[in-house]
Design a protein around this ligand. Structure first.
Ligand SMILES: [Zn+2]
Length: 440
């Protein structure tokens, strides 16, 4: 067994004589090659010409901006900052109350759900709970709330291809039926306040995860984790809640405005099933991955509660952020651990830079699984790949090997730490990871 193990680890990353790096993802089996000479292209998609910002348009740049609260579906919750710097959460505001405070982060239903309310309703008999019914009735009881819901339903119907005449022919009760998903749906968006950084003068100065303060980033993560837990309670048929962040259009974002998405689904993900199958025969897989990262010098940063390492066996250049100690789901960790994970993820975002399109993907243990799967977060830089070769071979070409990812990020992390822009942490060779790092 031990021999098999070391073989398994030794084959995870192999550098051949010509410089080609072959990697195998130990959790999914995905095979990835990095061939020499393809990795020198710049990471970022050229942002195009900078256009000066018009101060009169502050808060109006896109539907997620703070002066357009009525263009997204009715808000479920928001985090606001008190004058003394403390934070509080406001839930179930009425439409008339939305403008009374400025939300640092809002949780709103996605206007275009990936898995719709109708899906849950027709396939699982899902209907709004007592509390959701009451909330909907309360929201609709004011003129502002009623008009808001009707307008948002109308714009969704128009976007789905209905003509103005078809929409006009619908009755009010048909309209209201369409609004159920805003109060009892399973696809939420967590939206940050800023579109551009404070004091931005042109439209290239976007506000991303890395431009938040460490404190703001912690609130963002904590709020997201609690919304995940909440979505598991949406319906007994919910088996997984996918959490992700798409940054910039090449990574699939509709708006260049920072947000995360949460989608409840009625199955485990394919990734979850593949990982479970491997873990059953090989329960030490997570330790193996960490061992590979340590022995091949892929560790990027760490603090007491989390480690960042250059990922291997991924289709895109990837940084993996792993909470340390015993496995725990995101909504189960205490504040100190959440801050630890948040600080490392924030630092990796900051070092990546806002001009790099990326996907942040969360993995965790579905509550109906007992195998101790680990919560972890992958940050994938969406740089082009070679589709024809990959489709035909199922071998993926990644333009940067893990060491190139590490080397790009380390100098920037040190600069950011010197500037005090990220929380204190150990970087690169300062990191020591002991063999028990994934235990209590
Ligand atoms: Zn915006």
């Amino acid at each position: 067994m031990a021999k098999e193990h070391s073989l398994h680890r030794d084959n995870a990353i192999v550098r051949l004589a010509d410089g080609t790096v072959k990697q195998k993802n130990l959790l999914t089996g995905t095979e990835v090659w990095t061939v020499p000479g393809r990795g020198h292209r710049p990471l970022s998609v050229h942002p195009g010409d900078a256009h000066p910002l018009n101060p009169a348009e502050d808060g109006l740049h896109c539907d997620f901006c703070h002066r357009r609260y009525l263009e997204t579906p009715p808000e479920k919750a928001r985090l606001v900052r008190n004058e003394d710097g403390t934070w509080r959460e406001l839930r179930s505001l009425t439409a008339d109350e939305l403008g009374a405070t400025t939300a640092e982060f809002r949780r709103i239903p996605n206007l275009f759900e990936i898995v719709s309310y109708t899906y849950w309703n027709l396939n699982h008999g899902h209907v709004p709970s007592e509390a959701e019914h009451r909330r909907m009735a309360e929201y609709l009881s004011s003129d502002t709330g009623y008009d808001h819901v009707m307008r948002v339903v109308r714009s969704r119907l128009a976007a789905s291809g209905l003509t103005a005449a078809e929409i006009d022919a619908m009755s009010d009760s048909e309209f209201l039926q369409q609004a159920n998903g805003f109060f009892s749906g399973g696809h939420d968006v967590i939206v940050a306040r800023r579109h551009f950084v404070d004091g931005a003068t042109d439209d290239t100065q976007l506000a991303g995860s890395g431009t938040l303060t460490p404190e703001e980033h912690f609130r963002y993560l904590d709020f997201t984790a609690r919304a995940m837990a909440d979505l598991y309670g949406l319906d007994p048929a919910v088996r997984y809640v996918a959490a992700f962040q798409n940054w910039l259009k090449p990574a699939g974002a509709s708006f260049d405005h920072l947000h995360k998405q949460l989608v409840a689904i009625d199955e485990h993900s394919v990734q979850t099933e593949a990982e479970l199958t491997r873990l059953r025969t090989d329960p030490d897989l997570y330790d193996d991955i960490l061992t590979v990262a340590v022995t091949r010098q892929l560790v990027i940063a760490r603090n007491e509660h989390a480690v960042a390492m250059a990922g291997f066996g991924h289709r895109y250049p990837t940084v993996a952020i792993w909470p340390l100690h015993a496995p725990a789901n995101p909504w189960d960790v205490d504040e100190e651990r959440m801050r630890g994970v948040s600080d490392i993820l924030h630092a990796v975002h900051a070092a990546t830079g806002i001009d790099v399109p990326c996907n942040e993907e969360w993995y965790h243990r579905p509550p109906d699984v007992v195998t101790p799967m680990r919560w972890r977060i992958l940050l994938k830089w969406r740089i082009s790949t070679v589709a024809g070769f990959e489709g035909g071979t199922r071998i993926y070409l990644n333009t940067m090997d893990p060491w190139a990812v590490r080397d790009r990020i380390l100098p920037r992390l040190r600069e950011l730490r010197d500037q005090g822009a990220i929380a204190p942490m150990l970087i690169g060779e300062e990191c020591h990871i002991d063999p028990d790092a994934l235990r209590d």
